[in-house]
Design a protein around this ligand. Structure first.
Ligand code: SF4
Length: 371
């Protein structure tokens, strides 16, 4: 796997030799994009932070991988932390930050000690003056959202706030802050050093009704069937979910690219593929995922906080075969309303799974309503 290749501080040497503008140019040329879901070019994000004048700047590594069915960053943290730490130093030195943080998912606390010892070694070997501290998250899904991370590191409750200003201009302690996730930072080291670096390789966390759940690496455009077959489905596959937030589609052979996934009204996100077999009810899936969102809503805005509860109640009614056609119409309307009016990405994507399930599997909803 490319993602596990170690760069052994040689990428840092390249970065120091070519300087910040050279790094930006090379990352742009090598097409390095963020791997947290938005696929925003790394060089553009860094440029904002470089161009913003400030006495202090910060770098945050987002290691708060909380999306259900996503565990690719955990693999990197366990098997290639050295290249990640090198990526953090490169990023911090390039944007002019002297302090960096790893915001570590609370459930990954077992990795903290080993990461700390690697950080100590690498800081010594690299002779950098960057400090890297680990902040352990408190187990809230919303803390994967960048403004919520910022508030959490500052000691406040992890809740998002309105943007702009965006963090590269005004972030942690109101200073320019670049936030990149684990996979992105490893790719930065690799793009700078590996001659055969392939920017089209992506990690896929495959789970659900499969015998071999795990992290697989394939180029973008690989067939969905090939990826699912690699994980050995337990039964006939009916649907795939792109995590909880990416929505679902009928299982079929197609090239997995963000554009093709978008044509199915879904979102590629962080490469999560949850396999659903034909014994599983889509309504049960909708109920389980909605329960998750109701629990994880941070409560700051009304559409997400109140709407998620109403969605859950409507699904409960449907599962109990007590819903009428008007309830189904309301479910659809509410799902769209929450998507359009919520403050942050959590609320905006919390009903994707319902909207796409209603689109691709309407019969499963209709057969439960009172005639
Ligand atoms: S959309 Fe949900 S998670 Fe985001 S700010 Fe509103 S209540 Fe909080």
């Amino acid at each position: 796997m490319q993602i596990l290749k170690k760069t052994q501080l040689k990428a840092l040497k390249v970065a120091r030799d070519i300087g910040p503008l050279g790094v930006i140019e090379r990352l742009n040329k090598k097409r390095v994009v963020g791997r947290g879901g938005a696929s925003f070019p790394v060089s553009d994000k860094w440029k904002y932070a470089i161009e913003t004048k400030s006495d202090k700047k910060y770098l945050i590594c987002n290691a708060d991988e909380g999306e259900p069915g996503t565990f690719k960053d955990k693999l990197i943290l366990m098997k290639n932390p050295e290249t990640l730490i090198e990526g953090i130093i490169i990023a911090a030195e390039t944007i002019g930050a002297e302090e960096a943080f790893i915001y570590l998912r609370g459930e990954y606390i077992g990795l903290k000690k080993i990461l700390e010892s690697k950080i100590k070694n690498i800081i010594k070997k690299s002779k950098t003056n960057i400090s890297i501290d680990i902040v352990v998250g408190r187990g809230a899904y919303i803390c994967g959202e960048e403004t919520a991370i910022i508030r959490s590191i500052q000691g406040f409750r992890g809740q998002p706030y309105y943007k702009p200003p965006f963090p590269p201009v005004e972030g942690l302690f109101r200073k320019p802050t670049v936030i990149n996730n684990v996979e992105t930072l490893v790719n930065i080291s690799q793009a700078l050093y590996l001659n055969d670096y392939n920017p089209d390789l992506r990690l896929f966390s495959v789970s659900g009704a499969v015998k071999k759940p795990g992290v697989y690496e394939f180029p973008l455009g690989t067939s969905l069937v090939k990826i699912v077959e690699e994980a050995k489905p337990r039964d006939k596959v009916k649907a795939v979910y792109f995590g909880c937030f990416g929505g679902c589609m009928k299982y079929k052979d197609m090239e997995l690219t963000p554009e093709n996934i978008c044509k199915e009204e879904c979102v590629h996100g962080a490469g999560t593929v949850i396999v659903v077999d034909n014994k599983t009810s889509i309504i049960d899936m909708a109920y389980i995922i909605s329960k998750f969102y109701t629990f994880e809503s941070c409560g700051k805005c009304t559409p997400c906080r109140e709407g998620s509860i109403q969605i859950l109640l409507l699904l409960k009614k449907l599962r109990g075969k007590k819903a009428e056609k008007k309830d189904l119409d309301l479910l659809k309307e509410l799902a769209l309303h929450i998507k359009e009016t919520s403050l942050c990405g959590l609320g905006q994507s919390s009903t994707n799974h319902i909207i796409t399930a209603l689109e691709h599997f309407p019969e499963e909803f209709e057969e439960l309503i009172i005639p």
